[in-house]
Design a protein around this ligand. Structure first.
Ligand code: NCD
Length: 348
């Protein structure tokens, strides 16, 4: 195995192909192990993982907490609504409270871009060893969701290994509210790094043409793109034509809470133009899988019948895969922090 170099996990733009391969390989081992009840791995015994979610979450927080528990960590979760934030405590002071309680890892979600990064920088500057995982920041990044989507696709194309090799040369369509989606941004970095060409589709207000250049340069503050040859990104407005020529499709929620202006008024029209249904999927060259990070608005981005069709729609599979993928992240970070420790390396 290569060496894990990410002390904090903030943005997939900084991940190399080897990083993606490491996460997928380990996640696949965790997925195939029976790890419920008493059958936990001792890798994070004695460590404290705190989840600090300043924004609502159903899947991500629970999934991180279950992942940490399956590695025997202690888990403490912070609820913004009932916390001392309402008494004027700053976000950094809130985080430092959990550090003082001994948190080894903080999983942080915030509505503003870069909050997890700023927290990581502040903790480094204070000489703290606490590691930060981004659980979703504003429109910017949602690394663990990008990785679980990557794993779900790799597993779909290659169920026995789920290796990144299975993704090379594939085409994925992402349809919907790309502009407000941190999931789409993380998926763009992850998928193109593994050789997937990504087609983006939606109205110009939600999918500006400029997205075609999204992965052409590393983001500000990052010197080099760690992936020499990425898959390509293109933008189309014609969903039916795009569906005819892809290997998988992901659709996204209209993220109204992140829109600075009301960009769409007619949801029926949106469903007609960009919603996925069984009938619409008849355009596809084969039976392609449908992904969605959740939460889904039934009858808007996808029909209820399609969402319930688990042979076709991988939403539940994505949720299931979130646990082993997040276990892999926690494991790799802990192992890199004290190489002598996490003693039990899962065998193949
Ligand atoms: C997403 C998020 O919070 O960015 N959900 C998730 O974590 N699975 C997508 C969304 O909010 O629509």
């Amino acid at each position: 195995m290569s060496t894990w170099t990410h002390r904090h996990i903030l943005d997939l733009a900084a991940f190399s192909r080897d990083d993606f391969a490491m996460v997928l390989e380990l996640a696949h081992r965790f997925r195939t192990m029976p790890l419920t009840g008493a059958r936990k791995l001792p890798a994070l015994q004695g460590r404290l993982v705190a989840t600090l979610f300043f924004e609502p979450s159903t899947r991500t927080r629970s999934s991180f907490e279950l992942a940490a528990k399956r590695l025997s960590a202690d888990v403490q979760s912070f609820a913004a609504a009932s916390s001392s934030l309402s008494k004027g405590e700053s976000l950094l002071d809130t985080a430092r409270t959990y550090v003082a309680m001994g948190a080894d890892m903080l999983v942080v979600r915030h509505q503003n871009t870069s909050v997890p990064q700023q927290l990581a920088e502040a903790l480094e500057a204070a000489g703290e060893r606490t590691m930060v995982l981004n659980g979703g920041d504003g429109l910017h990044s949602h690394p663990s969701q990008g990785l679980l989507d990557l794993y779900t696709l790799a597993h779909h194309f290659d169920p026995s290994n789920a290796s990144i090799a299975a993704l090379q040369g594939k085409r994925l369509l992402i349809v919907g509210d790309i502009l407000h989606s941190r999931v789409a941004r993380s998926n763009l970095w992850a998928l193109t790094a593994c050789g997937v060409d990504v087609v983006l589709c939606g109205p110009p207000s939600l999918v500006p043409d400029a997205f075609a250049g999204f992965v052409d340069a590393p983001p500000p503050g990052q010197a080099n793109d760690p992936v020499p040859q990425r898959g390509r990104v293109s933008v189309t407005r014609d969903l039916d034509a795009a569906l005819a020529d892809v290997d998988a499709v992901m659709t996204l929620r209209l993220q109204k809470e992140r829109m600075s202006q009301h960009l769409l008024t007619d949801l029926d029209r949106y469903h007609r133009d960009f919603g996925l249904t069984h009938q619409r999927l008849q355009q596809c060259k084969a039976t392609i899988p449908v992904l969605h990070p959740g939460p889904v608005n039934r009858g808007v981005e996808m029909s209820g019948a399609l969402l319930d069709d688990t042979a076709r729609c991988l939403v539940e599979e994505q949720v299931r895969n979130g646990i082993p993928v997040r276990m892999a992240l926690l494991y790799l970070m802990a192992a890199a922090e004290s190489p002598a420790e996490p003693s039990v390396v899962p065998s193949a």
